[in-house]
Design a protein around this ligand. Structure first.
Ligand code: HEC
Length: 157
């Protein structure tokens, strides 16, 4: 995934984690924001707010984890949209969880679990938009709510 895609999905970059020369290159437009290699470099710098990459001995990304800050922190956009100083405990209302899950190349485990097609899962994920998470998909195991009831505000099953 490129930094542009990550920023577009609402992930944030902590400008204070970036070395000065990188900040200067970014300002001059010399950094390739469309290449996954830059995303890996940013992960190594621990620059994505709330996203932790683990790298093996050969420097390959072996796993990625999210922390509370992924949703409960944002940035002030002081450097560029999505790039700035951390604002911890500010909700990240730009985070598009559905889009992020949709970046996964294989969602068949979710589709199989829910007994729906993979395109259906992707359609549902795309329907959420920034700042939204529908527990109905993953936690209740229902792709679409048959009664169109807002499950966050109603406890009826
Ligand atoms: C995937 C996004 C996400 C992650 C990761 C996340 N949260 Fe949350 N958290 C939320 C959302 C959304 C709410 C609001 C839920 C609601 O209002 O129904 C919330 C609510 C809360 C609340 C309640 C706040 C209140 O006003 O009642 C606390 C406390 C909290 N989270 C702590 C944490 C901690 C600690 C972690 C890490 C261990 C964490 N969260 C990780 C999304 C997240």
């Amino acid at each position: 995934m490129s930094p542009t895609t990550a920023l577009g999905a609402g992930l944030k970059v902590d400008v204070d984690a970036l070395p000065q020369p990188l900040k200067e290159d970014l300002r001059k437009g010399k950094v390739d924001l469309h290449g996954p290699a830059t995303t890996l470099a940013l992960l190594k710098l621990n620059a994505f707010v709330g996203i932790n990459g683990s790298f093996d001995k050969t420097g390959n990304l072996s796993s990625v984890g999210i922390t509370c800050a992924g949703c409960h922190s944002t940035v002030d956009d002081s450097f560029a949209p999505g790039i700035g100083h951390r604002l911890d405990s500010w909700a990240n209302h730009d985070l598009n969880v559905g889009a992020i899950v949709n970046l996964s190349p294989d969602l068949t485990p979710v589709a199989n679990l829910l007994n729906v097609s993979e395109p259906t899962v992707r359609t549902v994920l795309n329907s959420w938009g920034p700042g939204k998470f529908d527990a109905g998909l993953f936690l209740d195991g229902k792709a679409f709510n048959p009664h169109q009831v807002n499950r966050r505000s109603c406890n009826r099953n």
